[in-house]
Design a protein around this ligand. Sequence first.
Ligand code: NAD
Ligand code: SER
Length: 320
Amino acid sequence: MKRILVIGSAGQIGSELTLELRKIWGNSNVVASDVCQNPSARLQESGPYETLNILDRQRMGEIVSKYQIDGIVNLAAILSATGEKNPMKAWDVNMNGLINVLECARENNMKQVLTPSSIAAFGPGTPLYNTPQETVLRPSTMYGITKVAGELLGDYYVKKYGLDVRGLRYPGIISHETLPGGGTTDYAVAIYYDAVTKGHYTCFVKEETMLPMMYMPDCLKATIDLMQADFSKLNHHSDFNVAAMSFTVTEQAESIRKFIPGFTCSYEPDHRQAIADSWPRSIDDSAAREEWGWKPSFDLDTMTKDMIDKLTAKHKAGLI
Ligand code: NAD
Ligand code: SER
């Protein structure tokens, strides 16, 4: 791939992944885009930025021609909690947006499309612990339904058209650069912000809730490693399980207390509890390890220390 278009680049993952891709491919060869009109200065100043609604197929084609794009990273999505408030919008953006991307890539003979899936592809009936690569996929959220359909579509384009489509089932992603965009795992990020700024967090899921999570540096590494993997060595394409760590909210609060001893956490579970309960506790990612050498670097305590260091610096600078 010579020139990549990142769609949904202003979000939690895109705001960091785009900058990492620019380090590897060169600033001018990674075009950032988003429906958002006011992305961060770093995103706009480090390389090209175009406003793009993923549902606007014509404008997508214009941008692809203008920059001679030969690969797309599709990060535009409506996440689980927001998607339950507006299921039709989630379907529209996640499915019709993805079809636009795949068709645009097919028509322009692109070299690669990367489009992430999620642990939300799983649901009731999926084994809760060490969830296998191949298993029951019957999600209970519209977001999850679009992720399963997206995996199937990606694999369909690989088989039917020979298009190189890749995707990973990200766990909840934890980061300090850009806030998450309306998911169920957002509590695992918010807890650090409130620990640093208030010393207390009121959590919207119960203390014993356990979900698979990953720190952003590992998310960036997993994504780029998969993008750079040898296509001929991949047996899977759009649905790789990837894991890093799993913990309960109680365990996360204990980890925070190692660095902020007075930290307290209370619990007021809401509608997002049912979504969290429908997802696995831990993930078997042996296919990703075998097919493209996946290995995470961060565990709970090393992530907690780094999050608190980074957020404390932001707090002192008056940024949060
Ligand atoms: P996010 O909500 O933070 O960012 C999504 C971006 O898409 C936003 O900048 C938004 O403005 C943009 N967007 C929304 N509608 C759009 C449209 N119509 N056209 C163009 N852009 C539009 O999401 P994220 O966390 O960065 O997620 C990126 C991808 O990773 C998604 O596919 C998501 O499902 C997946 N994922 C994320 C997580 C996580 O914990 N962050 C976990 C699993 C999977
Ligand atoms: N973090 C995402 C969500 O909670 C998982 O895909 O929606």
